[in-house]
Design a protein around this ligand. Structure first.
Ligand code: NAD
Length: 517
């Protein structure tokens, strides 16, 4: 038994979450359909095996699809506010289980316990949002050009929605999708990341409890386990009208093509290459907090992590020195221990990518000003802990153009007007999150204008990471163009139907076309 896991109550948390068989090499899911090979979930916190989970075979998948389809027939007939009531109950269960689920997220994924709790809070928030929305799935009415006709549009559910999620938000991204899809009348099949399968099982248990308590079919929420081959079962399946996929750009390009080949819809939430512009009018204290949290929070493994700091030459040395000083204060270690700022990377493969990036930036002419490195001493046995690094670099470097999913921050100098900084900020293929630090209204508005930031998220005097659920979340260019979570993102989970009703005894044609028999 892992000492950290027992000291920090992980085993108790697993029990409360219904994951009972640990370290026994057997399936831990409620997902009775999974009969394939097992995958192991190792904690990056201490390298311990947490549990093994059976994967979903093609035959299992057919059974899952059967239960999902049957559940959909029942679920779509429930009025949307009643579906909202079920989502309300699900949110309440999450409130009860916030601490154990937050702990599991922290231990299985490696983010800090505070961030694990924050992720569960995000799930609760989206449930609250979805409950309200369940009474507001409004369509428009419009005036018909024909007398005695009424025209309006309404939204119907799509059917079975496929969700593919990444390791770094192992529970919240599923909730963003599923809470909205459920109130819209859809049922969901979820394939969580193979790196965080236990988070998926825990969520499935919670959802299943709520459906059971309400005599509803468990198939409203389905779970499939495994790697990309299991994801491919959904992307190629014409019975799934919408696939919502969160992950790398590499994955998004494959998924988009597979879904488009059958003319399905995909909602893509892919990688970012997020920058903060620091102008001569920036507040240095706020800049440092925003940049450091953005770059090292979740060990640089957020899609919205700050990768680039684009600093005006007049401020450059001041900002650089303040950030380097802040990096010297960082405490790296067990993320369940709230004294630490930075936890581990997800696995040793991620450590390899981190090392490669540091090597490459130097090869391309960059200058490492905070060197980084892998921690190997006692307490870091998992081999996944690295020191956050900072390099002075140029935007055109190949490595700067690429998203390295680790705490590596590039400092880039700009001169002249804010337009030059915006051009650098936009000069990458990704378009997720962006920010400007300035007290100058003119600069802020230019950044937000149509010729400003080209990203899905553009912030003023806030860092790039840490979005609220109320706004639509997503990005442009290679980030995929999808929008999830708040605002009117719900519309993607529904199909729109335009209805025209004639209440006369005549049959006039649109555009005044005559057709007399
Ligand atoms: P990944 O692309 O390796 O895997 C993501 C998911 O896709 C996993 O469940 C994986 O099994 C599945 N997958 C991979 N190839 C597939 C295929 N061909 N067909 C079907 N499914 C497939 O990503 P990751 O390493 O888990 O996560 C990190 C990446 O996710 C980063 O690039 C990050 O920026 C991105 N991300 C984006 C957002 C966003 O909202 N924009 C949010 C979180 C993470």
């Amino acid at each position: 038994m892992s000492k950290i896991a027992s000291d920090f109550g992980i085993y108790d948390a697993l029990k409360v979450l219904g994951i009972k068989e640990i370290n026994e090499g057997s399936s831990t899911g409620t997902n009775n359909f999974s009969s394939g090979e097992t995958i192991a979930s190792f904690s990056p916190v201490d390298g311990s095996l947490i549990a093994k989970v059976k994967t979903t075979t093609k035959e299992d998948y057919e059974q899952v699809m059967g239960t999902a389809t049957a559940a959909y027939k029942e679920w779509r007939t429930k009025p949307a506010p009643q579906r909202g009531e079920i989502v309300r109950q699900f949110g309440d269960k999450l409130r009860e289980l916030k601490e154990p689920l937050g702990k599991l997220v922290s231990y299985e994924m490696g983010k800090s316990y505070q961030e694990g709790l924050g992720e569960v809070q995000e799930m609760i928030d989206i449930c609250d949002f979805a409950v309200g929305l369940s009474r507001q799935l409004h369509g428009l009415t419009m005036h018909s050009e024909r007398p005695g006709h009424r025209m309006y549009e309404q939204y119907h559910p799509l059917g079975v929605v496929g969700i593919i999620s990444a390791f770094n938000f192992p529970v919240a991204v599923w909730a963003w999708n599923t809470a909205l899809a459920w109130i819209c009348g859809d049922v969901c099949i979820w394939k969580p990341s193979e790196k965080t399968p236990l988070c998926g099982i825990a969520c499935q248990h919670i959802a299943a409890t709520v459906f059971k308590e309400n005599n509803l079919p468990e198939g409203i929420s389905c779970l499939i386990n495994g790697d990309y081959t299991v994801g491919e079962l959904m992307t190629g399946d014409a019975r799934i009208p919408l696939v919502s996929a969160t992950g790398s750009i590499r994955m998004g390009k494959i998924v988009a093509q597979a879904v488009a080949a059958r003319l399905g819809k995909s909602l893509l939430e892919l990688g970012g290459n997020n920058a903060i512009i620091v102008t001569p009018d920036a507040d240095i204290k706020m800049t440092v907090i925003g940049a450091v949290f953005g770059a090292v929070g979740t060990a640089g493994q957020r899609c919205t992590s700050t990768r680039r700091l684009i600093i005006h030459e007049s401020m450059y040395d001041k900002v650089k020195n303040a950030i380097v000083a802040a990096y010297n204060q960082l405490r790296i270690g067990n993320p369940l221990d709230e004294n630490n700022h930075v936890g581990p990377l997800i696995d040793t493969d991620a450590v390899l990518q981190y090392n490669k990036a540091l090597q490459q930036v130097v090869n391309e002419g960059g200058n490492l000003i905070v060197e980084g490195g892998v921690l190997e001493e006692q307490g870091y046995e998992s081999g996944c802990y690295v020191r956050p690094a900072i390099a002075e670099a140029e935007n055109h470097f190949k490595i700067v153009q690429h998203e390295t999913f680790a705490p590596v921050l590039y400092l880039i100098k700009y001169s002249g007007d804010v337009e030059n900084a915006i051009a650098i900020q936009n000069g990458v293929l990704q378009g997720l999150s962006s920010a400007i630090m300035t007290n100058n209204l003119r600069e802020a508005e230019q950044f937000l204008s149509a010729w400003g930031s080209d990203c899905g998220i553009a912030n003023v005097n806030i860092g790039t990471s840490g979005a609220e659920i109320g706004g639509a979340f997503g990005g442009e260019k290679e980030t995929g163009g999808g929008r999830e979570s708040g605002s009117d993102a719900w519309k993607v989970y529904m199909r729109r139907q335009t209805n025209t009703i004639n209440y006369t005894t005549e049959l006039p044609l649109a555009q005044g076309i005559k057709f007399d028999l």
